[in-house]
Design a protein around this ligand. Sequence first.
Ligand SMILES: Nc1ncnc2c1ncn2[C@@H]1O[C@H](COP(=O)(O)OP(=O)(O)OP(=O)(O)O)[C@@H](O)[C@H]1O
Ligand SMILES: [Mg+2]
Length: 149
Amino acid sequence: MTKSSDGVFFLTGKDFTNAGSASSNLKGILDDMGIPADIVRRAAIAAFEAEMNAIIYAVAGMMRYSITPEAVTVTLQDMGPGIPDIDLAMKEGYSTAPDYIREMGFGSGMGLPNIKKNTDKLTINSVVGEGTTLEFVIYLQGLSPETSG
Ligand SMILES: Nc1ncnc2c1ncn2[C@@H]1O[C@H](COP(=O)(O)OP(=O)(O)OP(=O)(O)O)[C@@H](O)[C@H]1O
Ligand SMILES: [Mg+2]
């Protein structure tokens, strides 16, 4: 089994044709590495929500991942517009999604709360006019003897 892996996926704002492919690729990588199914499920949910936010709200961005025997760390960095009030954005049901996004099935205001729920550590930094960096960590150690090397 591969012990560590890292990489990056590039994301284009409003590119709904490829939306979800970065998180889906990441899920495949985690599966191939033999990461426990529950960890893969949590990482895939969190990565998908973060990827969709970057695609829906930002101009462009990237998803970096780092998988070690200790943890899965995923960082979404985008190029704006930024989040003016992160505490408000974290609230269940809060959404600024426009109608055409809601018609696609997004905009319930559940993405960020879902990321929080499925991860062990979540950090969001945002500067209006510059962009947002969201990083989450899911710990592996202690959960799977074969990965706690
Ligand atoms: N990367 C981002 N850049 C700018 N604003 C963001 C970003 N991510 C989230 N937001 C803001 O935070 C709000 C809440 O995000 P969240 O993902 O929780 O819900 P949503 O995207 O509106 O709906 P859902 O995720 O349920 O489809 C968004 O409506 C948006 O205003
Ligand atoms: Mg969302």
